[in-house]
Write a protein that binds this ligand. Structure first.
Ligand SMILES: Nc1ncnc2c1ncn2[C@@H]1O[C@H](COP(=O)(O)OP(=O)(O)OP(=O)(O)O)[C@@H](O)[C@H]1O
Ligand SMILES: [Mg+2]
Length: 433
């Protein structure tokens, strides 16, 4: 990514390919992060910025001007902290009907040894397949990543070059979203004077930050509870196996509290985060919490109710949420021994006792996922609510080949293998191990 470092006297010093910027545009907050990619260590955070977002509903841009404003303010704060001006960002999307599918393409090799040119041909065939699907469904392919190579039916071949084969195939994991919300998000970011390097599905980004590679290998579901949307990403065999989203989130708990006790939203939010819990405690019938009235002129001031009543309202909503999550997990085929582990993340995972609640509601073992893998992540972004933002940076640091972006080499280019999609993939794999 091209950036310019702000030096005294207004001189702009160009620094290419060293710095990445990420933007998590969520229903409750817009968060920006700038990090330096280090050759021998984790990305180093240079600056962060956060703004409350008022222009989104269920992860979708509902008010363009307010969204732009929050994006600009969050990024400006991060830029100031980093002393760097950013030109382009990787952005996450939480709403927009996320989904994923695996598609496969096969090419003939006719018995000779697979060459880099064959790999290039395969990846370009994959790209055509993805484009055809996009055209047919009208959806947007956010990322389309080649996963498993299959040489004459033998799957899991990491580097097929040099193998004798009749046929070569690849599984392509396509993450897709509804097109209009992605366009609106893209527009909001561009209106805030930033180029968009790419849009990543929120739960996919969060997964990159909270999962250990072995977990993704063995089978795990990441459930990211945002304010307006709960995203689900299922992993198995080290690759993304399914993606879904439920239009319900921790903001619904706040709304329920506000309704149940006739108190302002801001007070309900405070009640939830300060006194709320997903599990009941014996003292809850004795402990009282203060409920400010909606309109102070309208009757008695502060009421007091047993904490047990607050916990009951929270648990009623969580019952609904985890029933939906369980249905989605079943629909994604997350069952059996590989379907036992769930990682909860997103701001909603900060609620006291939610891991215990989820473990009993889902009948699975549940842990809370906090972002890891970045150096210097500020305290405020180190909780589950910071997972998506951190994951965007980690994905930018470990880019995968995206079939939506590769282009055939111009005709007549003689095989400088450094330019082929395949050799770039090999380079990326080498960097990871
Ligand atoms: N300590 C806490 N206890 C309970 N809930 C919390 C706590 N901290 C944050 N939350 C909730 O987490 C939600 C915000 O989560 P997050 O930042 O992941 O959402 P978002 O990215 O803005 O929204 P979305 O991803 O749905 O578009 C809010 O509803 C907030 O009330
Ligand atoms: Mg979010």
């Amino acid at each position: 990514m091209a950036v310019a470092a702000m030096a005294p006297g207004g001189l702009l010093r160009a620094r290419a390919q060293e710095v990445v910027a990420a933007l998590d545009v969520g229903t409750s907050k817009v968060a920006a992060l700038i990090a330096a990619l280090e050759p021998d260590g984790p990305p180093q955070v240079l600056g962060c910025g956060v703004r409350a977002s008022a222009g989104l509903r269920r992860g979708l841009v509902a008010d363009m001007a307010r969204t732009e404003e929050a994006i600009r303010a969050a990024m400006m704060q991060a830029e100031r902290a980093a002393g760097i001006e950013v030109e382009s960002v990787l952005v996450s999307v939480s709403g927009a009907g996320l989904g994923s599918e695996v598609t496969s393409v096969t090419i003939d090799i006719a018995g000779h040894r697979i060459t880099e040119a064959d790999m290039e041909r395969l990846l370009l065939a994959g790209r055509e397949e993805v484009e055809a699907r996009v055209r047919a469904t009208g959806r947007t392919a956010l990322h389309a990543e080649p996963a498993l190579y299959v040489v004459d039916g033998l799957d899991g071949v990491a580097d097929p070059v040099g193998f004798h084969a009749r046929q070569l195939a690849v599984d392509i994991h396509v993450v897709s979203a509804d097109t209009p919300p992605c366009r609106n998000l893209d527009l909001a970011v561009r209106n805030a004077h930033l180029d968009v390097d790419g849009i990543v599905a929120g739960p996919v980004a969060a997964s990159a930050a909270v999962l250990a590679p072995e977990e993704a290998e063995l089978g795990v579901a990441v459930v990211e509870i945002g304010a307006g949307v709960t995203g689900i990403a299922v992993h198995g065999g080290g690759v993304l196996a399914g993606l879904a989203s439920v239009p319900m989130g921790a903001g619904d708990i706040t709304a329920d509290i506000a309704r149940a006790f006739a108190t302002p939203r801001a007070a309900a939010e405070k009640l939830k985060t300060l006194h709320g819990a997903a599990t009941a405690a014996p003292r809850d019938n004795h402990d009282l919490v203060d409920i400010p009235p909606i309109d102070p002129d309208d009757g008695p001031e502060v009421r007091r109710v047993p904490k047990a009543e607050l916990v009951a309202v929270i648990r009623t909503r969580l019952d609904l949420l985890f029933r939906e999550v369980d249905d989605q997990l079943a629909a994604l085929g997350f069952r059996g021994p590989a379907g036992r582990q769930v990682v909860l993340t997103g701001g909603g995972a900060e609620l006291r006792g939610i891991a215990e609640f989820a473990a009993s509601a889902l009948g699975r073992s549940v842990r809370i996922g906090r972002p890891r893998g970045l150096a210097g992540l500020p305290e405020a972004q180190s909780g589950p609510a910071g997972a998506t933002l951190a994951g965007l940076v980690l994905r930018a640091a470990r880019p995968a080949i995206d079939l939506g972006r590769i282009r055939p080499r111009p005709r007549g280019t003689v095989g400088a293998p450094a330019g082929t999609a395949w050799s770039r993939l090999v380079e990326i794999l080498k960097r990871q191990f």
